[in-house]
Design a protein around this ligand. Structure first.
Ligand code: AMP
Ligand code: ZN
Length: 462
């Protein structure tokens, strides 16, 4: 049975089988291109989703798109001027949303299986949720918006901050209110659910509401509401994100949702992925180590080489990105695909490897071990090539490394050219045999002459 680490209980938990499983991932803020650290987080969630599917959990995967916040508004105003409207905001964010989806596709995240929900598409539901929080006494109105009362929540539930740790509240006092979405742990403050419209900062971007007034939602409330909307009031089985979201974002999601739905009725398991470092440092524009997928491609690597490079570290460990490491991953991935396409004989089956593979992924997603099982399968001469290919294709439903290029059978026209070339060589007509080799190459294959005869290799195009 699959076991996963739960940030809330700080232990590994068995995931019980049910009809289906609700999986939620905090999505990007679409004001800029995603960097490779962001992509690591989404690839980690993709690996989890694939493992859930593989093990028969029937997961439903939902991700929000944060298209309204300080940064997207700022971007929309830079693009459309100080009269920017909601339409201008959408126009600005759609460009980065499309770029994000393209990035995900290129690193083989199963984009078509994700239900994406934009915040601007659920504004009425967000407003309703906030009104209910006001009615229940967990939220209050001020001149600059509606805020969540940690004091009231704490009085009723007593568990604010447990996602960070049991001792989170020790020595802390509830401070002033914060309007900004991101703040530090020592700043324990009531946070904004609905930010009142600010003429100078918001251009014409606002929604009006009879109780809440003119304004827009804060960041944390959107995820509480989208979970609720997407899973129709049913609990979220697994909620994922990177570690920096534990506080305040996920901590506040728990408070808002439990305040309305009751204790224990929001998320069953919290799964957090560690960060990607670059040259052992935090990725930052100012440090000059901030990379996107475009930078990776510009250096001649495939996005799939990047995906491969991530498989060597567990999602709960920090991982260090270096260009040398990416080069090594690129070579390894080509070797993996190359050997999958040729060689190896004998008899036996991939069964034992399948069990090892399943054991690895079930152990809190031990993908590095699963990858080594894939390599062991390949290098075992006792496994028939057909079995190897079938086993590796099965593993690839999780690894997502684009093995399908290797799986493709030799097309008939290529086979016929190969046969003609054998004939030419038998007649010692080397001119013709070289001519045929060129034709084969033009069709995307490489022919090698070995002591065992001709060998064919598909040129890697991904
Ligand atoms: P954002 O678009 O800023 O909301 O971030 C999208 C996701 O990427 C969030 O889950 C962040 O926690 C995550 N993230 C940000 N920086 C990194 C990093 N260096 N490594 C891994 N994930 C990150
Ligand atoms: Zn979120």
């Amino acid at each position: 049975m699959l076991k996963l680490y739960n940030t809330l209980t700080k232990q590994l938990e068995e995931i019980p089988k049910q009809d289906h499983l609700n999986l939620y991932t905090c999505g990007p803020t679409v004001y800029n291109f995603a960097h490779i650290g962001n992509l690591r987080t989404y690839i980690s969630s993709d690996l989890l989703y694939r493992v859930l599917k593989y093990e028969g959990y029937n997961p439903r995967w939902v991700m929000n798109i944060t298209d309204i916040d300080d940064k997207t508004i700022k971007g929309a105003i830079e693009k459309h001027g100080k009269d920017a409207s909601i339409q201008g905001l959408k126009d600005f964010t759609e460009e980065y949303t499309a770029a994000f989806l393209k990035d995900l596709r290129e690193v083989n995240v199963l984009v078509d299986e994700i239900s994406f929900i934009k915040v601007t598409d659920v504004i009425p539901q967000i407003q309703d949720f906030i009104v209910k929080l006001i009615d229940k006494g967990y939220a209050y109105k001020t001149e600059d918006g509606v805020y969540f009362s940690i004091e009231k929540y704490q009085k009723d539930f007593g568990d604010y901050g447990v996602l960070v740790g049991e001792k989170f509240l020790e020595g802390k006092k509830v401070g002033a209110r914060v309007k900004v979405d991101e703040y530090e742990k020592d700043n324990l403050s009531d946070f904004a659910l609905w930010k009142a419209y600010d003429e100078t900062a918001d251009a014409q971007i606002f929604w009006d509401h009879p109780v809440l007034g003119k304004g827009r939602p804060g960041w944390h409330i959107e995820c509480s509401v989208i979970n609720d909307v997407a899973f129709k009031g049913k609990p979220t089985d697994i909620h994922t994100g990177a570690v920096d979201l534990i506080f305040p974002h996920h901590t506040n999601e728990i408070a808002q949702s439990q305040a309305l739905l009751g204790k224990g009725n929001f998320v069953k398991l919290w799964s957090h992925a560690e960060h990607l470092l670059v040259d052992s440092k935090k990725m930052a524009k100012s440090a000059g180590n901030f990379y996107t997928l475009a930078d990776i491609k510009a250096k001649g690597f495939s996005p799939m080489d990047f995906r491969y490079s991530l498989l060597s570290a567990n999602y709960r460990s920090q991982q260090n990105f270096t260009w040398e490491g990416l080069k090594a991953s690129s070579v390894a991935r080509s070797r993996l695909i190359g050997s999958l396409m040729g060689e190896a004989m004998g008899s036996n089956e991939g069964k034992i490897y399948k069990q090892n593979f399943l054991d690895s992924i079930s152990d809190d997603l031990n993908i590095p071990k699963a990858l080594s099982v894939a390599w062991d399968t390949l290098s075992d001469d006792a496994v028939l090539i057909e079995n190897k290919v079938a086993t590796l294709m099965n593993f690839n439903s999780i690894l997502g490394l684009g093995f399908d290029v290797a799986q493709k059978m030799v097309p008939i026209n290529i086979q016929s050219l190969m046969d003609q070339r054998v004939g030419a060589k038998q007649k010692k007509d080397f001119k013709q045999s070289d001519e045929i080799r060129k034709q084969i190459e033009a069709l995307g294959y490489e022919v090698m002459d070995t002591p065992d005869g001709q060998k064919l290799k598909k040129k890697l195009s991904i």
